[in-house]
Design a protein around this ligand. Sequence first.
Ligand code: SDX
Length: 427
Amino acid sequence: MSDSAELSLPDQDIKLPVIVGTENEHGLDITKLRSETGYITLDSGYGNTGSCKSEVCFINGEKGILRYRGYPIEQLAEKSSFVETAYLLIWGELPNEQQLADWSSLLTEHSNLHEGLRFAFNSIPPQGHPMATLSSMINAVSSYHPELLNVSSDEDFRQAAAKLISKVRTIAAFSYRQTVGYPVRYPKPTHDYCSNFLHMMFSKPYSGFEADPDLVSALNKILILHAEHEQNCSTSTVRMVGSSGANLFASCAAGVCALWGPLHGGANVAVLEMLGRLHAGDMNVKDFMERVKNKEERLMGFGHRVYKNFDPRATILKEAADIILPKLGVNDPLLKIAKELEEIALADDYFVSRKLYPNVDFYSGILLRAMGIPVDMFTVIFAIGRMPGWIAHWYEVFRDPSARINRPRQIYTGSTERDYTPIEARS
Ligand code: SDX
């Protein structure tokens, strides 16, 4: 296989180096294209463009493969914990017992919020969207911990990463308590990551609370499945913002904002709304699918830029829903509707020809709802899960001596040069 490709342009030819990844992905290195030819490339949505080299996550969309640092997602979802998976994503190796114990206790140490920050929640209207609260409070954390703004060593980074992963859970829970009018419940040092989150979310002011082990296990699995996904919109946003030298908190707060969109992390909410409309009888499933094929509706939770086969996370979440809902004594009619939609889509050429399969968001909302998580918190749960992935990618940019500020080019299609027109001469 040649290590370069010949590009024949109207007025010249240029050799472009071929770059090959460890999983045999091939790319053309166009770093010198503009300086040597004056040409740039155009790829709206970046469907064909690699923005970086990365060691964090591998996806083969055609085969439905997802691996974190080489470990298959199916094995991690089955055998790991979110805290252990976060360590793996950030530092590249599964921790030994001592490393895991140190990492867990660091997260426990940083689980609470500065009291000043706690009172900041009082100024947020209860009806405010939790993703707005999350992104603003992540930046606010760095105001109370200015030492986090200048990460200059691995230890600085480790502290900042621990604070962010641990506190994002507390911010989410405090934000929820604000909306339901409950006093906040402080994290308990005796609880593990997921049990503590459920405690802070659901403990009543007047009674104790012990999280159902099935709930804790389901939350661990959901967070692991959402922890990382290479150059998705929000992770690319974190890398983009981090490339300017912006601190970890500002970069991840920007990631929260990108994740909020209904085409990205907000899709799990849109799926519930879609299933709810069908359950309410607005229209039947077959008519809805006809509207989708006429492009009058979008089948939320379906399709993916990379997966042109099953999203392995959807498969795991569907299996988890079949196990956990009965265990929780939940019989959600929306699960039946979701399966009906999937069955129709997988047998209909409109979807098959476009390689549209269920993605991570198709079943996650049904599980979260069964666990008692309010719908407007679904994307917040996604953000809590994705935090280690964002941090791992920010760290790759931070440590890369060859990293440059991300600054894409464009093809200008606006007005050509013209002179200023005095206002009296304008029509
Ligand atoms: C996430 O990137 C990631 O990794 C993201 C994520 C992660 O972990 O970070 O995996 C999380 O964001 C999952 C995706 C959640 N979003 C949704 O479920 C929203 C519904 N899905 C779509 O909007 C869409 O599939 C996207 C946004 C996910 C992907 O969009 P693309 O790659 O730009 O695909 P496209 O819009 O160019 O669609 C190609 C064709 C079009 O039809 P034609 O013009 O060829 O006739 O497929 C059709 C689209 O109309 N299509 C759909 C569809 N998705 C694509 N038709 C109906 N329903 C859909 N959901």
